[in-house]
Structure formats: structure tokens, C-alpha cells
Design a protein around this ligand. Structure first.
Ligand SMILES: [Zn+2]
Length: 202
């Protein structure tokens, strides 16, 4: 049935499936694609296929990595492997990277606990974080989930799990003073940097 639609309608249907692409923006994106030159379309398709073949999640921190190169965080000798910053998604990881002021490593949860959306702790990488802390290398975990009700509840859940696991590590969170309900990707670099560098015990 899908294939019987006119090709333009099929393009729009595919774009409609992209989360976060509001319908108004969707038409702009469609227009952008339609105006691309054939060789630009080929390049775009080629890079999408290449990324699908070569990129996957790191099995320690769950950030995207290129298999052949390995994880740029977990395998870096220039990074402090004892400091782990826990973020909701890769997007927040990039916000922190953009500050150029964080030298530790990450743990990407893959979202937040949200019972209304049917997302429980087992749907996130919390279990993997707890066992990662077991390796004896991790000395501090910074809970940098967004300051939304779900983000805070997820941080509290993780903190209780870490405490319950009896690990002698420091648990901290971002500095106070951030606007309530704020997420890292809506803040400027300096604010994110300050929130991290002035972090406090959880
Ligand atoms: Zn990694």
C-alpha cells in the first residue's frame, strides 16, 4: 500500500517518522532534499549506509563509536577513566563535550525512567553502570541527567542503586542554580561548564 503512493507522498511519510522533526520543519527538509543535486543525494545515501555499517554503541559507555577506531572516550589515555558522567542521551554528551572543559568519561543511559511512557530502569543502561562501577577504576559518578522531574527521579534511582551496591565512590550532581526543568541541550556552553565544574555531592 505504501509503495502505491506517489513518490512525493512517500518521501513525506518517511520524514514524518523522524522524531523531533516538527511538521513545519518537515516540509523544509523535504524541500532541501528535493533541491539537492543527484551527486549530493548519492553522497548523503552513501554516508548513511557507511554509518550503518561502521558505527555502533560502545558496550561500556553506550556512546556511538566507530568499530574500527574503538570508543574515543573509553579507550583514551588522555581521559580520566575514574570520573564517569552519566547523561540521558548522546545529545547531552555532545553538549558537555562542546564545553571543552570535561576530561572524564561518560555513561549514556539511553533515556530516563518514565512510567507514563512505559520506560522502566531495565530499559536503560543502569544495570551496566552499576557493574561498570564494580571495576575498581571508577572513583566518582556525576549524575548529569536533565533537571526535569523524570531526570531527577532517574538520578535518585541510580544514586540509591549505587549506594545499595556498597561501592565506596563519590556520587555528585550538577551545580544548583540551573533553571528548573532545564535540559543541558538548551543551555549555553558556559552554563554547562559551570554546572559541571561546580558540581556538588548528590
Ligand atoms: Zn565507550
Amino acid at each position: 500500500m505504501f509503495r502505491d503512493l506517489p513518490v512525493l507522498a512517500r518521501l513525506l511519510q518517511h520524514l514524518q517518522r523522524i522524531p523531533y522533526l516538527a511538521s513545519k520543519n518537515m516540509y523544509h527538509v523535504a524541500e532541501y532534499f528535493l533541491r539537492l543535486k543527484p551527486d549530493q543525494v548519492e553522497q548523503l545515501c552513501a554516508i548513511l549506509l557507511e554509518v550503518k555499517q561502521k558505527v555502533g554503541l560502545c558496550n561500556q559507555c553506550f556512546a556511538w563509536q566507530e568499530y574500527a577506531r574503538g570508543c574515543m572516550f573509553c579507550l583514551s589515555s588522555k581521559r580520566d577513566q575514574s570520573l564517569v558522567c552519566v547523561v540521558e542521551t548522546w545529545q547531552e554528551l555532545l553538549c558537555i563535550e562542546k564545553t571543552n572543559g570535561y576530561n572524564g568519561v561518560y555513561h549514556v543511559l539511553g533515556g530516563v525512567i518514565s512510567p507514563l511512557d512505559g520506560i522502566g530502569p531495565e530499559d536503560l543502561t543502569i544495570k551496566q553502570l552499576i557493574s561498570r562501577v564494580d571495576n575498581g577504576i571508577v572513583l566518582e559518578v556525576v549524575l548529569a541527567t536533565n533537571q526535569t522531574p523524570e531526570g531527577e527521579a532517574t538520578a535518585a534511582f541510580i544514586a540509591s542503586k549505587l549506594a545499595g551496591a556498597g561501592k565506596d565512590i563519590k556520587i555528585s550532581c550538577l551545580a544548583r542554580g540551573l533553571p528548573v526543568g532545564s535540559s543541558l541541550d538548551t543551555m549555553d556552553r558556559v552554563t554547562v561548564y559551570k554546572a559541571l565544574s561546580e558540581r556538588r555531592p548528590f
